[in-house]
Design a protein around this ligand. Structure first.
Ligand SMILES: NC(=O)c1ccc[n+]([C@@H]2O[C@H](COP(=O)([O-])OP(=O)(O)OC[C@H]3O[C@@H](n4cnc5c(N)ncnc54)[C@H](O)[C@@H]3O)[C@@H](O)[C@H]2O)c1
Length: 383
């Protein structure tokens, strides 16, 4: 039986609890920790857990000796807690983003090597039938070489969203909607299309004058071979209508599901390629539905990784790569110049301090509220 501890019992914590509870023969939640222990106690009651509550995660690690630790904390403490968990002998499931900076990601990766433990980075949207099916079609090469990707990471959050104490600051939230919302779509893009060579971005804050960080960014990514990807990260988009669209040389496919294939007439104008569309449709329909989805699916993989002695499907290299691209977007948007990848360790945006000192600060953080109720959280991406 795998002993699980969860650190941080706010909004995302129930997704972890429910995921572990889906596998009662394989794991047991033995402890929860939060700097507000009454919040952890509420979770114990809400889910009828047989788990101890701790205000301090160090004491939890010492007394409970968990095999697996879920980190559901603000980004600025991910590295510190992940490293402490691995040093205490546990593998880690770390909520997105992996950390606030590449320097912190690298410290976490160094701790993996030193302790022999690993970090699974949460990117639960890979475990959705629509995205998994899209990835299968791209991998099969049916649309040909990808020439353009359009990622609309459209969300909407009201002004008060940034009043929570750790949000809306470069130091604690680590960034705005690019890091904390578009991170999901950026992980999907990198999974499907790989890393670009350079990034040019514009950051802005158009509607949240209580926050230092951006509420919209537009980034253009240049790939070897000439392909472009554009990512719009936003928390000012009513209706949250999100799109992931890949244009290949032979056809386009996207989520929400869409496809179109063209061939060229002798004069270069398009004509619909219904034969290729039929092949794409057949592959789309042949997708085997996942047994579990979202957090439950990722936790299933993590439990299997422990049982089988293998690394998890989504590990620290994936988490780091996502943070690297987002850092490049912040650097480009703050310095108003194009940024080449990979970022070097002497890059001024490599450390959290470098980001805090050099990222564009839009407004002064306003109110600082200790806790909201978690009502309304459920319209989040994929949940
Ligand atoms: N995967 C997803 O879809 C998804 C959705 C929402 C949030 N998240 C991520 O989950 C993380 C937490 O976000 P949230 O919305 O649950 O935040 P939250 O503020 O609702 O919860 C965080 C909890 O951590 C506690 N905490 C803070 N510092 C602590 C410390 N040092 N030790 C112990 N407890 C501490 C807080 O008291 C709070 O209860 C963030 O990294 C966020 O980006 C992921």
């Amino acid at each position: 039986m795998i002993k699980v501890a969860i650190i941080g019992t706010g909004n995302i914590c129930p997704s972890h609890i429910q995921a572990y509870l889906a596998f009662p023969q394989r794991c047991q939640i033995v402890a929860l920790s939060d700097i507000y222990p009454e919040k952890a106690q509420e979770r114990v009651q809400q889910f009828n857990l047989n788990a101890h509550v701790y205000a301090d995660y160090h004491t939890l690690f010492e007394r409970e000796k968990p095999d697996l630790v879920s980190i559901c904390l603000p980004p600025y403490v991910h590295a510190e807690v992940a490293i402490a968990a691995m040093e205490a002998g546990a593998n880690v499931v770390c909520e997105k983003p992996m950390a606030s900076s590449l320097a912190e990601c690298d410290r976490m990766i160094e701790a993996e090597k030193r302790t022999g433990k690993w970090i699974c980075c949460v990117a639960q949207n890979r475990f959705r039938d629509d995205y998994m099916g899209l990835k299968e079609i791209l991998d099969a090469g049916l649309i040909g070489r990808i020439v353009h990707a359009q990622i609309d990471s459209y969300w909407w959050r009201g002004h008060s969203y940034y009043d929570l104490w750790w949000r809306g600051t470069w130091e604690k939230e680590g960034g705005g909607c690019t890091l904390n919302h578009a991170v999901h779509h950026i992980d999907l893009l990198l999974w499907m299309m790989g890393m670009p060579q350079r990034v040019t971005a514009v950051l802005s804050n158009a509607a949240h004058d209580n926050s230092e960080v951006e509420d919209i960014s537009v980034a253009v990514l240049e790939y070897a071979g000439g392909a472009l990807a554009q990512i719009t990260s936003s928390v000012i988009s009513h209706g949250q209508r999100q799109n992931v669209i890949f244009q290949g040389e032979n056809a386009m496919v996207g989520v929400p599901w869409q496809r179109y294939a063209s061939t060229s007439m002798p004069n270069g104008f398009p004509v619909e390629n219904t034969q290729l569309e039929a092949e794409i449709d057949a592959m789309h329909q042949a997708h085997q539905p996942l047994v579990h989805t979202l957090h439950a699916a990722e936790i299933d993989d993590v439990l299997s990784a422990i049982e089988q002695g293998r690394p998890p499907f989504i590990g620290s290299a994936d988490g780091r790569r996502t943070v690297e691209l987002i850092t490049a977007i912040y650097e480009s948007g703050s310095t108003r110049r194009t940024v080449e990848l990979p970022l070097k360790t002497d890059d001024v945006f490599y450390t959290t301090q470098g980001i805090v000192e050099n990222a564009r600060h839009f407004y002064k953080k306003g109110a600082s509220i200790e806790n909201f109720t978690d009502e309304g959280m459920q319209n989040s991406f994929g949940r």
